[in-house]
Ligand binder design. Structure first.
Ligand SMILES: Cc1ncc(COP(=O)(O)O)c(C=O)c1O
Ligand SMILES: N[C@@H](CCOP(=O)(O)O)C(=O)O
Length: 462
């Protein structure tokens, strides 16, 4: 499988090269040149298989011979051993034909662990055999950063810098990023919002002297391997509910559009997905885009679901590439308009295709709190505020009641205790292994939203 850039001007790469490269040199995002497909028989064969085996079979067509089969199986085994549930990503019923896909059983209690634990292992094997080291710079609204810290701390071949928006992540998220003691990981609190942090990462990739000088790599969903690893749980959950014999719909709490794009990829590969619901908080650019066709940035507004406080949804570019018949020049123009004019309007054809695949719903703060409360009353289970937006979308946009609706539970409620307690009166406890999180010493550097200043800091530290 070869990988191509959404902007059509960068060299084609192998899977390993795309994984270690991050952003394409033309500013675009790498994607497979075609979508591999699985037969209905292949998908039926996933029933009853361990998560790691389904991951192997789903990812193999994308990975090719990057790792031999034994090595890839060993990587998967190491990646998912730390998960606190034998199913890794279990499905739990939450209502009539409504299910919650729990993605928070990994080490940092958010869905990011599912991909990050895996790419940590893949980076380690690939870098070791190449005899190379890299500098990873990540932007986070809270969860990618903590998952990356956990996956890469202590690795000799990696220096990791995580930029998070100062004052805009939960205390648990912040402490997960600021308390690892290993010398190769660095938490940077940026005076800005998540969009600023992500723009800084992309600017670093577009500064070729810096990029080549520090051997820059990405573990945000800029990195195709991150998105790919997230495709797997769309298959495991759908098969558990009767696919490929029946269709399944998914409601996905959405910010940077990586997770729901993974659902779209599963559909392209042959999974019978009915609807993909984009659930947003009040940072609703994607909901407005589905409703009106106008993709227009507004300021980021802080919410109780901070990981979704995003207005520049990086992976939407990957979807646009398909909506515009994979025309790199069209994507270049749209992205120039987004950066220069603050937005663009989809062509009629692109808007129609978007609506063929996706629905959307927006959840404001009162509604999020009400969903957490109602969900606890109905099921006795506490859900995080991000998941609550998905529950609302699932109930607002319920299509055929005979089609199972799967809501992605993207984080554990204990990462957002203040919001959950305010809504329900219940304090969600951290798992025992994290019980001392509030006593651990924090290590963080406050930085201005300034590219040169942060680049200088990174060069000084590596
Ligand atoms: C808990 C949580 N839910 C939802 C999202 C949104 O996911 P995505 O950025 O893939 O759309 C994020 C951030 O990525 C998150 O951390
Ligand atoms: N919500 C994310 C934002 C970054 O998303 P990514 O999928 O591109 O890493 C976070 O928690 O940091």
């Amino acid at each position: 499988m070869r990988y191509i850039s959404t902007r059509g001007q960068a060299p084609e790469l192998s899977f390993e090269e795309a994984m270690l490269t991050g952003l394409a040199r033309d500013g675009g995002l790498y994607l497979p040149e075609t979508w591999p497909t699985l037969t209905q028989g292949d998908i039926a064969g996933f029933a009853g298989q361990p998560y790691e085996e389904v991951a192997f079979r789903v990812m193999k067509p994308f990975i090719g011979d990057t790792f031999d089969d034994d090595t890839f199986r060993a990587i998967l085994a190491r990646a998912y051993a730390p998960f606190g549930h034998v199913a890794r990503c279990p499905v739990v019923q939450s209502g009539p034909n409504e299910f919650v896909l729990e993605l928070h059983h990994g080490p940092t209690l958010a869905f990011k662990d599912v991909a990050m634990q895996l790419i940590g292992q893949m980076f380690e094997v690939a870098l070791k055999r190449r005899g190379e080291s890299v500098t990873i710079v990540a932007a986070t609204s809270g969860d990618t950063g903590s998952a990356a810290m956990e996956a890469f701390k202590g690795l000799d071949a990696v220096s990791l810098f995580v930029m998070y928006p100062h004052g805009r992540v939960s205390e648990v998220q912040r402490r997960q990023m600021t308390t690892p003691a290993e010398d190769n990981v660095h938490a940077l609190a940026v005076d800005g919002d998540f969009d600023d942090c992500q723009a800084l990462v992309k600017a670093m990739f577009n500064d070729f002297d810096f990029r080549d000088g520090v051997k820059l790599a990405a573990v945000n969903s800029i990195n195709w391997a991150r998105v790919l690893a997230q495709v797997v749980y769309f298959f495991t959950s759908a098969v558990a509910l009767g696919a490929p014999g029946r269709k399944v719909s998914f409601s996905v709490p959405t910010g940077n559009f990586g997770d729901i794009f993974a659902g779209y990829v599963a559909k392209r590969m042959g999974l019978p997905v009915d609807r993909l619901l984009i659930a947003t908080n009040r940072n609703d650019i994607l909901h407005r885009t589905v409703a009106t066709g106008a993709h227009v940035k507004e300021g980021v507004s802080p919410t109780m679901s901070p990981s979704m406080d995003i207005q520049v949804s990086s992976n939407f570019e990957r979807l646009l590439f398909d909506l515009y018949d994979r025309e790199g020049a069209a994507i270049q123009q749209l992205m120039a308009d987004l950066n220069g004019k603050g937005g663009f309007t989809l062509s009629q054809g692109a808007q129609a295709r978007l609506r063929e695949e996706f629905d959307s719903a927006r959840c404001d703060e009162d509604e999020t709190a009400a969903e957490i409360k109602q969900s606890f009353a109905e099921t006795g289970v506490l859900q995080c505020p991000h998941t609550a937006t998905g529950i609302k979308a699932a109930r607002d946009m319920r299509g055929n009641p005979a089609t199972p609706m799967v809501i992605l539970a993207t984080a554990h409620p204990a990462k957002f205790p203040a919001a959950v307690e305010a809504a329900t009166g219940q304090h969600p406890p951290l798992p025992p292994r994290m019980a001392d999180l509030y006593e651990r010493e924090e290590r963080v550097t406050r930085v201005p939203n300034d590219l040169t200043a942060i680049q200088t800091l990174i060069k000084d530290r590596i």
